[in-house]
Write a protein that binds this ligand. Structure first.
Ligand code: 3HC
Length: 298
């Protein structure tokens, strides 16, 4: 018999791309959702974006219109972390910065009930380190969602040596209930996907730097040669070049393997603020979410 405690209410901290996506899929699966960000206008605008995304799905006949119509009134948006005190599961999904994530988890540890499971949505940071010093190491997990959250079906669930079986099982059940596939991974940098994916993306950047071929040719090679839905450089832009540099550095620090060292071209793009889709420029130039033009790098 499962020891998992059923999860009914979800708190999400951070209403950016990942937080919004997690809120959307949790809401449509029937959970009570509270979304927190540091300013009320930010969280209100995020809920509006979730509503728009749900309306599009209902127009395509993939979602009950009533669920879309009620999203804005049912998803609670607030700036108060204390509103999450009674949530069964709180997922921190703020910017990929160790200090900020640690501070938020510490505050959550103070305001949330001891039964609340605290999760961090991170691509590469150590869950053990993020959770160290908290009063509930048995109720700390990592939950690595993939971008775009409403479309990508995987969630890596990261367990530390202290995560309890009950907390793990509860989170696995939650992930299944939002129609995603859970993969449970040990807490080591990059977990399993980024451990394997990041060197591949870095190799694409290195091939570009070496002038092997152009941005578009590298991407087309993998789209048409290997059936990838998007090429590696377009994927870098979607993930965020800054996120990739942070993840690469974390993995390099952990494994001391050169394949995780972010390539110079990637670092230079980040230095000048070219982060990919979110800043409008990366390996491509964008207007909104639309890919516009591949850039020349030689
Ligand atoms: N949010 C919601 N829906 C989206 C979306 C988004 N950001 N982007 C695209 N979609 C939807 C579209 O509306 C469309 O829906 P429809 O079938 O109902 O019309 C559907 O997805 C397909 O979109 P498009 O036709 O515009 O384009 P594609 O067929 O190229 O699909 C894609 C877009 C789903 C992003 C696809 O290219 C893809 O799967 N790419 C790979 C993404 C990937 O690998 N993500 C993981 C990144 S790694 C990560 O996140 C971890 C991190 O730690 C680094």
């Amino acid at each position: 018999m499962s020891k998992a405690k059923p999860i009914k209410s979800i708190g999400i901290v951070g209403s950016g791309v990942m937080g919004r996506g997690i809120a959307q899929v949790s809401y449509t699966a029937g959970y009570q959702v509270i979304l927190v960000d540091k300013e009320q206008e930010i969280v209100d605008s995020s809920i509006k974006r979730i509503e728009n995304s749900l309306l599009k799905l209902s127009q395509k006949g993939r979602l009950d219109q009533k669920l879309a119509d009620e999203a804005a009134s049912k998803i609670v948006g607030t700036t108060e972390l204390s509103s999450l005190s009674q949530c069964d599961l709180v997922i921190e999904a703020v910017f990929e910065n160790e200090e900020i994530k640690k501070t938020i988890l510490k505050e959550l540890d103070q305001v949330c009930s001891q039964q609340t499971i605290l999760a961090s949505n991170t691509s590469s940071l150590s869950i053990s380190k993020l959770g160290s010093g908290l009063s509930r190491m048995e109720n700390i997990v990592g939950m690595h969602f993939f971008n775009p959250v409403p479309i990508m079906n995987l969630v890596e669930i990261v367990k530390t040596v202290k995560t309890s079986t009950q907390a793990l099982e509860s989170v696995v059940e939650f992930v299944k209930s939002i129609q995603k596939k859970p993969v449970v991974v040990r807490d080591q940098a990059g977990f399993v996907v980024n451990y394997i994916l990041t060197p591949f993306l870095f190799d694409a950047v290195k091939a570009l730097s070496q002038g092997l071929c152009t941005v578009e040719e590298i991407d087309n090679a993998f789209r048409f040669g290997c059936g990838h839905p998007m090429g590696p450089l377009a994927l870098c832009d979607m993930i965020g070049l800054d996120i990739l540099v942070t993840a690469g550095n974390k993995m390099f620090e952990e494994y001391h393997d050169q394949k995780y060292a972010p390539p110079p071209l990637l670092k230079r793009l980040v230095d000048v603020g070219d982060f990919g889709i979110k800043s409008g420029r990366g390996f491509y130039q964008y207007t909104g979410m639309e890919k516009k033009e591949p850039r020349q790098f030689c």
